[in-house]
Design a protein around this ligand. Sequence first.
Ligand code: C2E
Ligand code: MG
Ligand code: MG
Ligand code: MG
Length: 287
Amino acid sequence: RSKSEGPGRATIFDTSMHDRVRERIELEGALRTALVEGQLSVVYQPIVRLETGRPIGAEALVRWNHPQRGPIPPMTFIPVAEDAGLIGTLGTWVRNEALSQLATWRADGTVGDDFYLSINVSPRQLSNAELPLIVAGELLQHGVPAAAVALEMTESVMADGGSVTARVLYELRELGLKLLVDDFGTGFSALGYLRRFPVTGVKIDRSFVSGLGESGEDEEIVRAVVAMSRALGLSIVAEGVETRVQRDALAAVGVTQGQGWLWGPGVAAGDFATHWGARRYAPAPPG
Ligand code: C2E
Ligand code: MG
Ligand code: MG
Ligand code: MG
């Protein structure tokens, strides 16, 4: 350390920078270990039909339970995975976990043929020209039809993505996967990409859902999204639905699918089958 290092502003800044860099490097190392040692898991959050509350799909969400630090949120480690070049490995792991689970559920009747599993993909993954071929192989390997799988991506993918990303999206769509715009409305105001890219649906960000019932403006925004989605033939899911007031306001403007704590958070596969499996809705056996 240099002798001139004093308690000045620059030093404080340098120290906190230094801490953040070290934290990043530590997290990166820990994430490599996590991938190898199986510390990651996937939870499944139901996506329901608003009128019935019955599941029509689920979103796969990755979880990391660090042996010493406890749960680390995806918002913390996904960006690290992207910067460290680990998102491909992580994404492949999540997809195979989720697809194998979906295959099991389809085979044992936990979910029906029309149930879809939605998987998040980050921009880096979609800039890999090999992704469609890889995904096609995984679908075959697990025996899952492409139509039962949705990929969720943020608007920035379409705003910033180059020609490779565009081609990847067209090839994925060609395979038959659903392509959903996640956090719709938060990223990118020009809507032209909805026509330029083979998107099949949007997920209205929870920031527009939270004010429903209180904010007339949010209601107008959701109404406009519904009108636009209908005109373009896109599906709509409302994210982050926490209250019945929000659910009713969504239904009133024509939204039919929702996801959020009103119905339940993401849960481990076994709990999903128990709480959201088709058996729960089967008519009671006689006697
Ligand atoms: P997202 O894809 O928009 O996922 C929805 C997030 O909202 C999830 O947070 C979910 O637990 C949370 N959520 C669900 N219902 C409610 C609600 O009613 N109220 C509130 N306040 N929150 C709700 P989570 O699991 O922490 O994931 C955060 C983000 O991390 C995801 O946002 C997604 O962008 C990313 N992510 C998660 N899993 C993966 C993955 O496997 N791969 C990639 N690339 N990204 C992932
Ligand atoms: Mg998502
Ligand atoms: Mg989302
Ligand atoms: Mg989100």
